[in-house]
Design a protein around this ligand. Structure first.
Ligand code: KG4
Ligand code: ZN
Length: 389
């Protein structure tokens, strides 16, 4: 039974997961209300909120699971990537707890956590083998801070040392996809975080109204790289989302939408609990078309590049995770494309798409089995990368 702790960005989370497959509790304290008026996460405030929340959140996770601290087999914590001060709160707390209880401490990469959100739910299905979805998997991790493609494989080395291995086969050269959602929403006067708002408003507009184009980004890291296990050499997939953000800004400027955006921002800020239906009423048809077209273009770019990489790397299944994986258009179009190509695809439930600690406790399970523990010197690594590549 592992207690997972997550504090890398703006959610303080704790969860108890048994054997990497049974979630006994999953508590998330969101800081959205704290950061909303700044239109983004303020690192200093995030650390302070984590400090206030960590004790009650861990207590609630233990209570919901019906277990005591002594019943735990290990404490797992996100060690990066993320905000340094935010990560430190979880790490320091986890280290102290592990030391006081004389239990092992396990460091988990946040990105591996997002991948394990899906593996946890697949494993929860009775009798499912540990390698579900079928390996090798192409995993798209798409959130507010990340847009990465990983080739994930479960390697049976021997009975004691089988584990998940990852290779980075794609990344963004500038903004993350979720960041583009958030920045475009802010520009249009919508609340933070913008992804769910754009998701809710997009069906009210015409996705073909504004033809956004994505430039093909060249792989500057090196022309070719070896793809492990799967196929021959493949160039890394490169995403870029800062161009479309600028294109939306230009559209707003050239179509004189600036004043209506600030009027919308003020009208929504005046409501105690604004809902998407309030925002729809505050958007003209042109703005709704812009929102629908933006989302359609971003999802289209994620889709075409991910499926192209899946074909080139000859993977057995696809997995999409991270906050943006909650997007309805993304889910619908990815599911349809995967079905057309006869490629199994898996998403986390909506609750496990965004940051949580169940995914951290689940990712820690193979490390507990392999006795891959962190020492007392564990520190936050804000730019921690995952796997090779
Ligand atoms: O995984 P997450 O909670 O935190 C990070 O690790 O970044 O992802 C948060 C991001 C935000 O950018 C948010 O706007 C985006 O996920 N997001 C969405 C949706 N729900 C959350 N983006 C598009 N559509 C959604 N439904
Ligand atoms: Zn995340």
């Amino acid at each position: 039974m592992i207690l997972g702790i997550e504090s890398s960005c703006d959610e303080t989370a704790a969860a108890v997961v048994r054997a990497g497959r049974e979630t006994l509790s999953n508590i998330v304290a969101s800081q959205i209300a704290t950061h909303a008026r700044f239109g983004g996460v303020v690192p200093e405030l995030a650390s302070r909120e984590h400090l206030r929340n960590i004790v009650p959140v861990v207590r609630a996770a233990l209570e919901q699971a019906g277990v005591g601290l002594r019943d735990l087999d290990a404490i797992a914590v996100t060690s990066g990537p993320g905000l340094a001060g935010a990560l430190l709160v979880g790490i320091t707390y986890a280290k102290s707890l592990a030391y006081a209880l004389a239990k092992p401490l396990i460091a988990v990469n946040h990105l591996e956590g997002h991948i394990h959100a899906v593996l946890l739910e697949a494993a929860a299905k009775e009798g499912a083998p540990i390698e579900t979805p079928e390996t090798p998997i192409l995993a798209l991790v798409v959130s507010g801070g990340h847009t990465h493609l990983y080739l994930a494989d479960y390697i049976h080395e021997d009975n004691t040392d089988s584990s998940w291995h990852y290779e980075n086969v794609g990344r963004t050269v500038d903004d993350a996809a979720g960041e583009a959602f958030d920045k475009v929403a802010k520009l249009l006067g919508l609340p933070y975080p913008g992804g769910p708002w754009i998701d809710a408003l997009a069906p009210h507009g015409d996705p073909k109204a504004v033809p956004f184009a994505f430039a093909q980004v060249k792989n500057k890291v090196g022309k070719q790289r070896p793809a492990f296990e799967a196929g021959g050499p493949e160039p890394k997939t490169m995403f870029s989302f800062s161009g479309i953000k600028t294109a939306v800004l230009r559209y707003v400027e050239t179509h004189d939408l600036k004043s209506s955006c600030s009027a919308r921002q003020q009208a929504l800020a005046a409501l105690t609990a604004p809902r998407p239906s309030d925002a729809v009423a505050l958007c003209d048809a042109q703005t709704l078309d812009l929102i629908a077209s933006f989302q359609h273009a971003v999802v289209g770019d994620l889709l075409s590049k991910t499926f192209r990489a899946a074909g080139a790397l000859d993977v057995r299944s696809l997995l999409v995770t991270g906050g943006v994986a909650a997007n309805s258009e993304l889910r619908t179009r990815f599911i349809a494309e995967a079905a057309a190509r006869n490629l199994p695809i898996a998403f986390p439930s909506l609750a496990l798409s965004t940051d949580n600690a169940a995914m951290i406790a689940a990712a820690a399970w193979p490390k507990l089995v392999a006795r891959d523990f962190a020492g007392p010197g564990l520190n936050a690594d804000p730019s921690l990368s995952l796997g090779r590549g």
